[in-house]
Design a protein around this ligand. Structure first.
Ligand SMILES: Nc1ncnc2c1ncn2[C@@H]1O[C@H](COP(=O)(O)OP(=O)(O)OP(=O)(O)O)[C@@H](O)[C@H]1O
Ligand SMILES: [Mg+2]
Length: 226
């Protein structure tokens, strides 16, 4: 509580509704680090929701399954892919992310609209302005307050995803893309980071998980006075 010179009492509400996203190539450590940050907040009594894209609601999770593993003998066109991702995103925004932020919670989201710019825009060579406009519709105009781009080279990414316990040897539609696609995605992410330095922090993912997390916490303390 603070007192103004004229005696009026002004309540300064502390901002707690931070929207934080994790981005980066496959196997970069997004889920690992998002879970660590969730535990860190929980241990300190900070209300926090961890969610993911595409997904986060029953309908959006169904769309995720189609996007990652559709095997109906029909190619998903780039426009359909962009629209399905943003259909899932809009369900997620209205039913999970925006209500949690309105309740003053921190929202941690494992991938968000930068993934769409990197994968569908740069990776699939889709018009970036169109991707950004459709993303704005999907995300109801809400951008993340802070984004961690966990950067990792292609060889390390492949080695981590092929060793991953839960999906050893199985690749989804995106993981199965060739090196050229993943190189464009990585360069796309780095281009976004260059143009939005205040929001997007590039974290070197090619180090042990503790070192990566230490950098993330440093940024959290600098940007979010929680
Ligand atoms: N810093 C690290 N060093 C070595 N291995 C790691 C590191 N961080 C995560 N891993 C391991 O690499 C694999 C991929 O990590 P994780 O699932 O967190 O990545 P991701 O970015 O979420 O991947 P995806 O894009 O496929 O969801 C896991 O087996 C995880 O245990
Ligand atoms: Mg993950």
């Amino acid at each position: 509580m603070n007192f103004q010179a004229n005696g009026a009492i002004v309540l300064f509400m502390k901002k707690t509704d931070f929207f934080i996203t994790f981005e980066g190539p496959e196997g970069a450590g997004k889920s690992t680090q998002a879970q660590r940050l969730q535990r860190y907040f929980a241990e300190r009594g900070i209300a926090c929701v961890l969610t993911r894209e595409p997904g986060g609601t029953p309908l959006a999770e169904e769309l995720r399954k189609l996007l990652k593993g559709f095997e109906g003998g029909e190619k998903i066109t780039p426009v359909t892919e962009l629209l399905l991702i943003n259909a899932a995103r809009n369900q997620h925004m209205h039913n999970v992310i925006l209500p949690a932020l309105a309740a003053g919670k921190v929202v941690l989201c494992d991938r968000f609209s930068d993934s769409t710019v990197a994968y569908q825009g740069y990776g699939r060579d889709f018009d970036l302005e169109v991707v950004r406009k459709v993303n704005a519709l999907g995300s109801a105009g809400r951008s993340p307050d802070l984004t961690f781009l966990i950067d990792l080279d292609y060889a390390s990414s492949c080695s981590r995803t092929s060793q991953r316990e839960e999906t050893r040897g199985e690749f989804d539609r995106f993981e199965a893309e060739k090196k050229g696609f993943h190189d464009r995605v990585r360069q796309g992410y780095l281009a976004i980071a260059r143009s939005e330095q205040l929001r997007m922090k590039v974290i070197d993912g090619n180090r042990c998980a503790d070192e990566v997390f230490a950098d993330i916490l440093e940024e959290i303390h600098e940007h979010c006075q929680l």
